[in-house]
Design a protein around this ligand. Structure first.
Ligand code: IDP
Ligand code: MG
Length: 196
């Protein structure tokens, strides 16, 4: 029945000249098992990953859920998540480019003052897109609708961290996560959120 319906739709699209635009979700055509095989995460062209950290102020202000929701809502895939108190060792490596800044000591103190929630999100251009979603470093200049633009007003308490480049993301993910903590899983809606 499903196959007859798919065939009918294909014929209709063919006759209306929309051959190139027509696709059908693999999960519906072949069933989930087959879809998993045909489109397993390891085959996907867009496996870009980024590190997002909800900083101590975000955790203390109970913003974790809202921040996770924004990334889920946008269509990105969560592949790693944990809550921890970050060590000075990890933090000094994470912020190694800022050691000469006058605010560096207070940045470390603030980041270690309470737990953080650290995540890895995956998807098409997730690094660039998440920087836009997070907003300007200084919340006073961040657009409304961004995380920083909606939830903060001072640069010293800007709620989230997001990797700023491919090299940075790879370095930071390796620093914060062990390989086994990242899950390789298939999102059932991936053919609905991204062209294969
Ligand atoms: P980013 O988080 O937008 O990538 P960076 O320049 O990498 O911005 O700075 C890292 C973090 O250092 C910022 O998110 C913020 O927490 C802190 N920071 C940056 N500039 C200042 C400042 O002028 N005063 C206090 N903290 C700052
Ligand atoms: Mg940065």
């Amino acid at each position: 029945m499903l196959q007859r319906c798919v065939f009918k739709t294909m014929v209709q699209r063919f006759h209306s000249g929309r051959r190139d635009t027509w696709r059908f979700p693999a999960a519906l055509l072949y069933g989930h098992g087959a879809a998993t095989h045909r489109h397993s995460s390891t085959d996907l062209p867009d496996k870009e990953q980024t590190l997002i950290v909800v900083k101590p102020d975000g955790v203390q202000r109970r913003l974790v859920g809202q921040i996770v929701q924004r990334f889920e809502q946008r269509g990105f895939k969560l592949v790693g998540l944990k809550m921890l108190r970050v060590s000075e060792d990890v933090l000094s490596q994470h912020y190694c480019q800022l050691t000469s800044k006058p605010f560096y000591p207070s940045l470390l103190y603030y980041m270690m003052s309470a737990p953080v929630v650290v995540m890895v999100w995956e998807g098409h251009k997730v690094i660039q897109t998440s920087r836009v979603m997070v907003g300007h470093t200084n919340p006073a200049e961040a657009q409304a609708g961004t995380v920083r633009g909606d939830f903060s007003f001072h640069v010293s308490r800007n709620v989230v961290h997001a990797s700023d480049s491919l090299e940075g993301a790879q370095r930071e993910i390796q620093l914060w996560f062990q390989g086994k903590e990242l899950l390789n899983w298939d999102c059932w809606d991936q053919t609905m959120t991204c062209e294969e």
